[in-house]
Write a protein of this length. Structure first.
Length: 517
């Protein structure tokens, strides 16, 4: 994963799977009336992949990309989640609202609120356990005997014991909530949501604590030092599958079987729990001004056909072969002219207008419009590449003729987002900052790539025998990303990233960051 820290934008680029990479922006909002930022991504695609405007249009690009805008998971430590004095804790709010439901308040809004709090609690628990385990795994790596004692991260010892104690307190607190859920006065929707939450937390504990056990067993020195912690964590992990089986949850691991259910179920639960963070997007395909220009393209082509027809009609009879031939030719050219004009408009108008406009709506805030997203994509010629982008693309060239050996086509994806922080803050006291996530699928780009391995004959320098070596064939998709945003002092900031994505016919091989300094 490649990370970079900015003032209000933290960017992370990572592999999502074999064919997709993900660009994630963490956006810190202030209380001003508007907050805006712009992202320009330049894709430098090797010409050997035969990608261009003739076979990779806007529709294919948008079909290859997924974009999400969601609230960032609030940061509440596991210890504070269980603190009765913390009003913002979803666990405390669930207890309070369940008390109302048990006293006879059966309003639908109350049930919806409790369900949202369960989902938010699931998101917070997952985020905290994930982050803690990541820190501990990195810290435990320094406890190897080869690492000098002075360089070991001493916080890991106390932190692990506190983490284990917090997990046990959380389990106790959740058990008391489950006892109240079984009451007949609790709405069915709340009971079902609580069951999904319960199953999800069990899977989260099993998944991340298994990684922690692996780190605790990595070396004899670590295992000896943290034997008590390992035993405590192991007890929690081994209990989870038995618990889900006893509760008759579908996500039960059966050794020796395909276990497709547990992976499918985990995905369903994750989407359900995370839905409390996601914002709605209402797409408006192709802005009106774009359609006006595309209409002009069609009108111009039609005008050409009509003028040709009138010209030949005045010189030849309508049933003559010259007139018929002229009408057919004008029809052929009409379609070509229309396509050429649409391509011309599409290529040049993205400087001022966008392909799509998306209203960002708050799904839990009454559907209020909290922002606007505009995006546009187009191929650009070498001469239209901005000087700052061109300089960064050439940054790692070894010689001045490097470009001749790796010709490329360039397309640009531009995204503008305008947010209304004041509207968000009025509706939420915990969900404020946002994640802007884009996933891009490279399948369409490698459709015409050569095989990922090629045989390379050579002569063994020792024996003189002819041999064949299997060599990997890869392509370099280079990206330059330009972020433009206003900081908290309303000053314009510009930040760049340069990423190289190494591809082959089978998918993404790796991501590489190109240092800009």
């Amino acid at each position: 994963m490649i990370e970079d820290q900015n003032d209000i934008l933290d960017s992370r680029i990572k592999l999502h799977d074999k064919h997709r990479f993900e660009i994630k922006l963490d956006i810190d909002l202030d209380a001003s009336g508007k907050s805006s930022y712009e992202v320009e991504t330049y894709f430098f695609v090797p010409r050997a992949l035969n990608i261009g405007p003739h076979n990779y249009g806007k529709e294919k690009f948008y079909n290859s990309s997924q974009r999400y805008i969601r609230f960032r998971t609030p940061k509440i430590s596991l210890g504070k989640l269980c603190a009765p004095s913390l009003e913002t804790s979803p666990l405390n709010r669930i207890k309070q609202d369940l008390g109302k439901a048990l006293s006879g308040a059966g309003e639908q809004d109350l049930a919806d609120t409790i369900c949202d709090e369960f989902r938010l609690l699931g998101c917070i628990i997952r985020g905290e356990i994930r982050d803690y385990v990541k820190v501990f795994v990195e810290g435990l790596a320094t406890y190897d005997t080869s690492v000098p004692a002075a360089q070991r991260k001493l916080f890991v010892a106390e932190g692990l014991e506190t983490f284990l104690a917090d997990l046990k307190n959380l389990e106790t607190a959740l058990a008391s909530v489950k006892a109240n859920i079984s009451d007949p006065a609790v709405p069915v929707k709340v009971k079902e949501t609580a069951a999904f939450f319960d199953e999800y937390v069990s899977l989260i504990l099993e998944e991340y604590l298994t990684a922690l056990i692996e780190a605790l067993r990595r070396s004899p020195a670590v295992r000896e030092r943290f034997a008590d912690v390992e035993a405590g964590v192991l007890a929690i992990v081994t209990a989870q599958n038995r618990y889900r089986q006893a509760m008759k949850y579908p996500s039960v691991l059966v050794p020796g079987s395909s276990n497709e259910v547990i992976i499918y179920r985990r995905g369903v639960l994750k989407k359900f729990i995370s839905s409390v963070l996601y914002l709605k997007a209402e797409f408006s395909e192709w802005e009106g001004l774009t359609q006006v220009f595309f209409g002009l393209a069609a009108g111009g082509a039609m005008l050409f056909a009509v003028l040709v027809t009138l010209f030949f009609q005045s010189h030849f009879a309508m049933n003559s072969m010259p007139f018929v031939f002229a009408v057919v030719v004008s029809y052929i050219f009409k379609d070509r002219i229309k396509d050429w004009l649409k391509l011309l408009f599409s290529k040049n108008l993205t400087r001022w207008i966008s392909d799509r406009k998306i209203d960002i709506l708050d799904s839990s805030g009454g559907g209020k419009r909290i922002g606007l997203l505009k995006e546009a994509v187009t191929f650009i010629s070498d001469r239209d590449i901005p000087p700052d982008i061109d300089r960064l693309r050439r940054l790692d060239n070894i010689t001045s003729v490097d470009e001749e050996g790796k010709p490329e086509r360039v397309f640009k994806y531009k995204k503008e987002i305008l947010l209304y922080p004041d509207v968000i803050i009025k509706s939420h006291d915990r969900l404020r900052d946002l994640n802007d996530i884009m996933r891009f699928n490279i399948r369409e780009l490698v459709g015409q790539a050569d095989d990922s391995s090629v045989d390379y004959p050579y002569v063994d320098p020792v024996t003189g025998e002819l041999r064949v070596a299997a060599c990997a064939r890869v392509y370099h998709l280079n990206m330059v990303i330009k972020y433009t945003y206003f900081d908290k002092d309303k000053k314009v900031n510009i930040h760049y990233e340069r990423i190289r994505i190494v591809l082959n016919k089978d998918g993404i091989v790796r991501l590489e960051e190109v240092k800009l300094a």
